[in-house]
Write a protein that binds this ligand. Structure first.
Ligand code: GDP
Ligand code: MN
Length: 349
């Protein structure tokens, strides 16, 4: 017969690992998750959310970090879920333990006191190691060195809307350094001396504060006190060079020496947020008003119906925290003179 051979050829399936939607121009970027082996079944849901809403089109890698060795079950399950490459790292002991200059008796007395005062995670040692690690070390892990951008994902989160653009390329093209979805004031009991310590650091190193910083976001009185506003760090998209900068490395070291990760309960969220607000020009901090996000107990659900419909968001705008009285995103819009989305008043309080 005279059928053209080429017509009979079955088209090769598209390589599932080939990036689409960004013309194959992949940014050096990765998801990163700190987790324990027992977190795996809460984590698969988060991975599924990220994959279904975003990464099935882009196939970015995923780095998993743990203070203990990951077991085979954790690796098997997460590898099956992620459409990019997966990497598994163990954290060096000296980055997950008491530094030698910490008085462990004093730290124990603080935990006892915080337990009695019922301060959230106040009695936990591992939570403090976690906060210190996320503040000062995750970006220096050898597995992270090959990457320029990261997106932090925790177990139990939801992504409510389709993300049809390459978030990392968008970050790179716009020179964004830090992105967030939710912001609120920190519990003051966990950070009694964080601001005093920060002020001492910037008095000694004024050159690190950007002349167009977003200091007015974290202070209502020109810098004399901290208003507690922080970006919720269970979701972060960022440029790793922010944390690898001389300014941040010195700042972290200064905080670490001061001991507040153990003598108080400094979280990585206020530490990252204060640094981003001081060391970056304000235009490098990005609020994601289009992705929809949940981590217990707060929701970000785009209040603009046009956004929700076009991105197929599966959330109720009545649950949105963004414009509620307690949310610091109101302040973010104000200090940056941004226009709030249509219909926001309906969802404030
Ligand atoms: P919360 O969101 O502040 O309530 O804190 P989480 O319990 O979600 O912990 C924050 C992140 O650190 C999550 O990604 C956890 O999986 C991880 N994490 C917390 N504690 C530990 C720990 O002791 N070891 C490891 N490897 N990961 C931890
Ligand atoms: Mn969490």
């Amino acid at each position: 017969n005279d059928v053209d051979e080429s017509e009979k050829k079955i088209e090769k399936p598209i390589d599932p690992k080939k990036p689409v939607g960004n013309n194959g121009e992949k940014v050096k970027a990765t998801f990163v998750t700190l987790a324990r082996n027992r977190d795996v079944y809460e984590l698969v849901g988060s991975i599924r959310e990220i994959e279904d809403r975003f990464n099935h089109n882009f196939h970015y890698d995923w780095v998993f970090l743990n203070d203990e060795e990951f077991d085979d079950e954790f690796k098997r399950i997460t590898t099956a879920m992620v459409t990019g490459k997966t990497h598994y790292g163990t954290i060096p002991k000296e980055q997950w333990g008491f530094p030698e200059w910490i008085d462990t008796d004093k730290a124990a007395a603080v935990r006892k006191d915080m337990r009695e005062r019922k301060i959230i995670y106040g009695d936990s040692i591992s939570y403090r190691h976690m906060c210190r690690y996320e503040s000062g070390f995750f970006f220096r892990h050898p597995l992270m060195e090959q990457f320029d951008y990261y997106w932090r994902v925790e177990p139990g989160i939801k992504i409510y809307c389709d993300i049809d653009y390459d978030v990392f390329k968008y970050f790179k093209d716009n020179n964004f350094a830090y992105g967030f979805t939710i912001s609120l004031p920190e519990y003051k009991e966990t950070i009694p001396t964080l601001w005093e310590t920060t002020k001492k650091f910037i008095d000694e190193n004024p050159q690190y504060v950007d002349k167009n910083s977003m200091k007015d976001f974290i202070s209502d009185d020109g810098g004399s006190s901290y208003n507690g506003c922080h970006f919720w760090s269970n979701f972060e998209v960022g440029d790793l060079s922010l944390w690898r900068s001389e300014a941040y490395l010195k700042y972290f070291d200064y905080l670490d020496q001061a001991g507040g990760f153990f003598y108080e309960r400094w979280g990585d969220a206020p530490v990252h947020s204060i640094a981003a607000a001081l060391f970056l020009p304000r235009e490098r901090i990005h609020f994601f008003d289009d992705v929809g996000y949940y981590h217990v107990p707060f929701h970000n659900c785009p209040v603009d119906q046009k956004v929700r419909l076009s991105h197929r968001c599966s959330c109720n705008p009545k649950d949105d925290f963004t414009f509620k009285g307690y949310s610091c995103v109101n302040r973010y819009y104000k200090v940056n003179q941004l226009k709030k989305p249509d219909g926001w008043q309906q969802y404030g309080d």
